[in-house]
Design a protein around this ligand. Sequence first.
Ligand code: PLP
Length: 401
Amino acid sequence: DSVFANVVQAPEDPILGVTVAYNKDTSPNKLNLGVGAYRTEEGKPLVLNVVRRAEQILVNDQARVKEYLPIVGLAEFNKLSAKLILGADSPAIAESRVTTVQGLSGTGSLRVGAEFLARHYHQRTIYIPLPTWGNHPKIFTIAGLSVKTYRYYDPATRGLDFQGLLEDLGAAPSGAIVLLHACAHNPTGVDPTLEQWEQIRQLMRSKALLPFFDSAYQGFASGSLDIDAQPVRLFVADGGECLVAQSYAKNMGLYGERVGALSIVCKKADVSSRVESQLKLVIRPMYSNPPLHGASIVATVLKDRDLYNEWTVELKAMADRIITMRQKLFDALTARGTPGDWSHIIKQIGMFTFTGLNSEQVAFMTKEYHIYMTSDGRISMAGLSSKTVPHLADAIHAAVT
Ligand code: PLP
């Protein structure tokens, strides 16, 4: 008998498992709105033209070799990534108070940050929003942090539970870590206003709560990289400390390249260099050093004015197509006279709509309409097209009537 005979079957991942089920469905009308990956109007994955151009430049460069990167990754990529999220004129960067390491996309960057905090930060409790991306509690728990939640979403208004958020963070122990979605909150599509962010900042600083930003959608919310970075920059502008995990999966369409970054903003340059030395000790036994290709693409795009501008145009086009899908779905439900208030579809921000459909309604839509989504009723607007909106609207209509 196998030495592994006692291994029990694990459940599918709640998000990636949706795609597994979708792939098994043989219906020609099947629709995958589960995973947060951008699709074109034709329902196809998109490689940005600017990424193709950057790859061409890399391929043509005969001087390029496949040597290992340093433990912290590609230096140029790290510098440009910090600039992208903190701003070109960031005093924190100018004062060398920021340490940035390349990570395995957003997930790996969060993981390294969590591991660093578990080893070197005095408070082991991290507050994550309720609800949040399903991987957050797992990433922080496995790193040895204790995970608590703060109120975030109000099902009654399908908006932000701002009062609840302030109460819960106000009641958190001094020094606790707080996970904040930089923009385009997943799964709710609900973000604080800039005024609310300012109140959150004041409360957090008054209690010495440590902000850990997850920036997986910079540019996807508003279509502007700078506007979407405003909440992070608000916290960095006060001179205080924070962590930021960035992902290029969505905004540069580099999902499978696994390219991201972790920046730790410190109050002093000497602290920041000691922090970096410890980050290396976290990374080395985990995966030694990060992959070369994705970071080279990103650096090529970010350092060239023409490529950078082309990227912003392509990024805006993705954001705009998602916003158009929101309007089309809202219009289709209105046209059908579907009972209920669906205005949250056009109010929510970013890749996802938190529809308010319950797990029975989701199961019904999958069974009868071959539409796949997570059981919390989250749909990826980026997976919709003009052609598939009517099918989804029919399904929602049938599910709620
Ligand atoms: N954080 C949030 C909120 C996300 O939604 C995602 C992806 O869905 C990630 C982080 C990390 O994704 P990746 O590791 O592919 O960059």
